[in-house]
Design a protein around this ligand. Sequence first.
Ligand code: GUN
Length: 280
Amino acid sequence: MAKIIDGKAISTQIKDECRERVTAMKEQGQHVALAVIQVGNDPASSVYVRNKKKACEYVGIESLSYELSEETTQEELLSLIEKLNQDQKVNGILVQLPLPKQIDEDTVIRAIDPRKDVDGFHPQSVGALCIGQPGFLSCTPAGIIELLKRSGVVIEGKECVVIGRSNIVGKPMAILLLRENGTVTVAHSRTGNLKEVCRRADILVVAVGKPKMITREYVKEGAVVIDVGIHRNAENKLCGDVDFADVEPVCSAITPVPGGVGPMTIAMLMHNCVESLKLQ
Ligand code: GUN
């Protein structure tokens, strides 16, 4: 029987730690505020944004909400970001992705002051991560490292395989595992012998974006399996990139969907918001 890694419980622990720090900061007259910008009303984004604001409330961080119309121009968004960059009362700036097609995501991410880049998406944050300097870490991969550590999974010396090479998850995940002294392989859609590569993994992080693609043929006996995917199936039930029922019996630990990686992303966003005061 695999250990089920409880992301919900671990994320609550982290939010509680953040709440304690925020309470102590408030006693010293410090205040933490996060600006959350959503452009348009993509339903999935609305759910994420609502959950981020709820987490802020729980932790004691003020959330400033900017809900812009689908027709917002890039110039309008950039001018809001500039205003928030200048505003000393704003510690973190988060622009929910994806953005409507008239707006270039890279330009928007670059416009955020790196000292307020609590998503960790700015090239300066990514560069700092690559060379081991202080900076904001992308929340999902940082959350996965916390999940592993707080579940007692040793990374050092282990074969780690990350499937997926996105800027938000795959690439920073690989670098963070490397930083923890794992031996890291990044696999992707063009990897020829994907099953074979995955079967080398002691720790397998799956971010492929395909429901239930990863079956037990991809998993070595006793591996730790981390599922980053989140999908809704035909019966409107949530599932991940991993076929949980098929894989669970062969691995030593696994994250469920929901209740695994998902809640950790928001917990690490709260952590980054609290940390932002140190950079400012
Ligand atoms: N869209 C999907 N995931 C994320 C995230 O972590 N941050 C932002 N800003 N947008 C997202």
